[in-house]
Design a protein around this ligand. Structure first.
Ligand SMILES: [Ca+2]
Length: 200
């Protein structure tokens, strides 16, 4: 490695370390703030604000999806969009209270990329295990162009109506050695193989 490359690598690592050291992060789950009783919900939000003021994080990772059955896949969200039901448009009001009442500098939205559980009426293709097992999160097949469009539109609707400093992706962007075995994925891989051999 050239000396200039080594110097640049060291500088880059130093910048990364500084950023990590300077991030005091609080991970906030909106499922624990949401309540059907709005008086209780306001109490929950006030308690969060007080805790932030006491602990003094400068960065919040704020969950924007709801997972009432706690299987790790999003059944609902806390923002308006075209595809998945909103439990309540709660995300942005909580961001505003955090920004207005605390010294938090950055708020990131915590969102899944594939682990969406849309209504059955949508009849979407989900990731399938070749042995028929149910392992990992319920995930939309990334090989379906329809799924790709829906995910893109969920994020588009979110970002157009919610001001955030970035997105923290859920730990759902993975496939095991046995996934995805759906017909959609097989067809996609077959087409890719044909194109690869054609290019040789
Ligand atoms: Ca769920």
């Amino acid at each position: 490695m050239e000396k200039s490359d080594t110097t640049q690598t060291i500088k880059t690592e130093q910048v990364k370390n500084i950023r990590i050291e300077h991030m005091r992060i609080m991970h906030v789950d909106l499922d624990y703030l949401y309540d059907n009783n709005k008086v209780q919900q306001e109490h929950n939000i006030s308690a969060l604000i007080q805790r932030i003021q006491k602990l003094q994080p400068n960065t919040i990772f704020l969950q924007a999806f709801a997972d009432p059955d706690a299987n790790g896949s999003a059944n609902l969200v806390y923002f308006k969009n075209r595809h998945i039901p909103a439990l309540e448009d709660l995300f942005q009001p909580v961001v505003k209270q955090i920004k207005n009442q605390t010294s938090v500098q950055h708020v990131y939205a915590w969102l899944p990329l594939l682990a969406w559980e849309l209504p059955n009426s949508e009849q979407l293709q989900y990731v399938e295990h070749s042995l028929g097992k149910n392992e990992g999160y319920i995930r939309l097949s990334p090989f379906s162009t329809k799924n790709q469009r829906i995910i893109e539109e969920i994020f588009t609707d979110f970002i157009q109506n919610n001001s955030v400093d970035g997105v923290l992706y859920h730990d759902d962007i993975t496939l095991s050695d046995y996934e995805d075995s759906s017909e959609t994925a097989r067809l996609c891989c077959t087409n890719l193989s044909v194109k690869a051999f054609s290019a040789i």
